[in-house]
Design a protein around this ligand. Structure first.
Ligand SMILES: *[C@@H]1O[C@H](CO)[C@@H](O)[C@H](O)[C@H]1NC(C)=O
Ligand SMILES: *[C@@H]1O[C@H](CO)[C@@H](O)[C@H](O)[C@H]1NC(C)=O
Ligand SMILES: *[C@@H]1O[C@H](CO)[C@@H](O)[C@H](O)[C@H]1NC(C)=O
Ligand SMILES: *[C@@H]1O[C@H](CO)[C@@H](O)[C@H](O)[C@H]1NC(C)=O
Ligand SMILES: *[C@@H]1O[C@H](CO)[C@@H](O)[C@H](O)[C@H]1NC(C)=O
Ligand SMILES: *[C@@H]1O[C@H](CO)[C@@H](O)[C@H](O)[C@H]1NC(C)=O
Length: 185
């Protein structure tokens, strides 16, 4: 009897888990077909990890938008603390420090954009606003990266290339999912 209860519980957990990851596989696949900027592998890896960590069981595409925006916000928060560490590093030249300060402000703004996107998406189902706000967050990472290249005559190496790239990709995923939901209506 006990054995059967364990078996049922395991099967239940397993089916919930596989439903969640099936949804992730299917959605990432569709999204990456629509958008050449979206890497299928990155999409699956990021969302699976986020869904495990948050112990959430996404059952529909709407849940994945929430998951992906929340993941992006937590990534952005981490990036801000990485930038703060760079700002304390006296080895960085004056130009790079000015860029880092701008990037700090850009990422801080982008967190507000994502907050607004979440509210627009969740509460008012206003997909246009959600799209505008996520796009703004995405552009912030591009602006941050581009600044380092804009020095007169030469270009500085950005210490944030990896972070900017990941943040860009995460926002591309949210945008693609929002678009997929819009098209289904
Ligand atoms: C892919 O990203 C670039 C910027 O890196 C952008 O100019 C382009 O429009 C994007 N393509 C799509 C289909 O979103
Ligand atoms: C948005 O809705 C999701 C469930 O779909 C929930 O997990 C999330 O906490 C909500 N976020 C906000 C900011 O209301
Ligand atoms: C951001 O997310 C990516 C993909 O999930 C992860 O590999 C990376 O460690 C995260 N970085 C930060 C700073 O949170
Ligand atoms: C400080 O910045 C320099 C130059 O970019 C780098 O080589 C060094 O590893 C950094 N130090 C710390 C503690 O991050
Ligand atoms: C970050 O953004 C928030 C909300 O927009 C603002 O209140 C805060 O002053 C900003 N923080 C810094 C350090 O710029
Ligand atoms: C989000 O988009 C709306 C609509 O364009 C805009 O009014 C709002 O200021 C945006 N939020 C942020 C933080 O930029």
């Amino acid at each position: 009897m006990k054995f059967f209860i364990y078996l049922m519980i395991s099967l239940l957990l397993l089916s919930q888990y596989s439903n969640g990851s099936n949804l992730i596989f299917k959605s990432c696949n569709e999204a990456s077909k629509n958008d050449p900027n979206l890497s299928y592998d990155f999409c699956v890896a990021s969302l699976n990890e986020a869904s495990c960590k948050s112990k959430s069981h996404p059952s529909k595409l709407e849940d994945l938008v929430g998951l992906s925006i929340r993941l992006t916000k937590s990534n952005g928060t981490n990036i801000i603390s990485i930038i703060s560490k760079h700002l304390k590093n006296q080895t960085h030249g004056e130009y790079v420090r000015a860029c880092l300060q701008d990037c700090f402000d850009l990422y801080n703004d982008s967190l507000s954009s994502l907050e607004d996107a979440m509210v627009a998406f969740n509460e008012s189902k206003d997909f246009d606003t959600a799209n505008i706000n996520v796009s703004a967050a995405m552009d912030d990472s591009v602006t941050c990266e581009d600044q380092f290249k804009e020095k007169k005559g030469e270009s500085e190496t950005s210490p944030l290339t990896k972070e900017n790239h990941v943040y860009f990709q995460l926002n591309v995923i949210s945008l693609a999912f929002i678009e997929m939901i819009r098209q289904r209506r």
